[in-house]
Design a protein around this ligand. Sequence first.
Ligand code: PLP
Length: 400
Amino acid sequence: MSDLAALLATAEHYLYPNYVKPDVVLDRGVGARLWDKAGRSYIDLYAGVAVSALGHGHPALVRAISEQAAKLLHVANYFHTEANIRLAEKLCQMTHMDRAFFCNSGTEANEALLKLARRHFYNQGQPERFKVLAFENSFHGRTLGALAATGQPKYQEGFGPLPGVVHVPYGDIERVRAVYDSSFAAILVEPILGEGGVLPAPDGFLQQLRELTTQTGTLLIADEVQSGIGRTGRFLAFEHANVQADAVALAKGLGGGFPVGAMVCKAFLKDALPPGAHGTTYGGNPLASAAALAVLETVEREELVPRAERLGRLLSERLTAIAARHPKLVKSERGLGFLRALVLQDGVTSAALIERFRNAGVLLIAAGPTTVRFCPPLTISESDLDEALTIVDRVLGESA
Ligand SMILES: *Cc1c(COP(=O)(O)O)cnc(C)c1O
């Protein structure tokens, strides 16, 4: 048996089989290129699910992690570290928020949002104001609280009963108004559905949610775990609507591949979670903080947010042309900035196409059964993007 076959057999034997993975063992990466153990190379247009914002092996991120690892890995939240303080300042400045809490994943960032909202009203003597309104086809994570908010039965199946969250169709302000009253603690919304199909909020929707919640004091809390850190051509996707949420969940791109999540909020929420009310052992540890700080500084220095907007337009034009050339397979393209998708015709499944793209050297992922998601590193070169899209076009031509 080859080394690779033996490795795959070990995986088959020992790994908990909750993921479906192809027989590919990824080994190393540079920029938007990845190589597997069989020596094949790929252009990465999914960035580990919108995570590897700086691509692979970015020198600034590698240096920050190596230096911090050698200096101080972990102290837990009984003490300050400089990396954590600097990160909090930078993240608040870039999000125009006032306070930052750090955790380890997108799910945890959303848990922090949900607990923040409930505790805010509890502190104000309104413990009965705990309900959360969220949206169908949303994805907020896999812990029981975040899962309760996730508006997709396939993720919730078999895990009930979950804390009650009211779901209405995404983008439908009339349905929001129909169920909404001032007994809600929060409305939780993704400014663009990620896992739920890469669907941007319709024009005016986020503004309308902002007006509704401001009138009644309900919190507007944003899940920008996938859309944040420049991905959509704005630092936060909410900026497209020119409104601000009261608190925002971030993760994915924030660590550029190092696991780190954050909840940032406005000043009026700073006492909602008093000492002891919430916390995490690892959250904001010096290594994670140094990684996230390096990502933010690089996003700023390399002007990756306007770059995502500019290359996102290019990607959109190319995908529109690809959709037009393959009408039997592709219905349309949509998205914001560097979070885009090809929407497939009914009966065409994303999984089958994604396998063909992979065999041809381009890595993509689904966002639902009939949507192929494009969320490349923000640093991808135009020539890598061009080469990958030429391959996508060719594979679709061969698949019709
Ligand atoms: C990925 C994702 C999450 C969950 O993040 P994890 O780091 O996997 O826990 C939550 N919300 C959105 C919008 C996401 O895309």
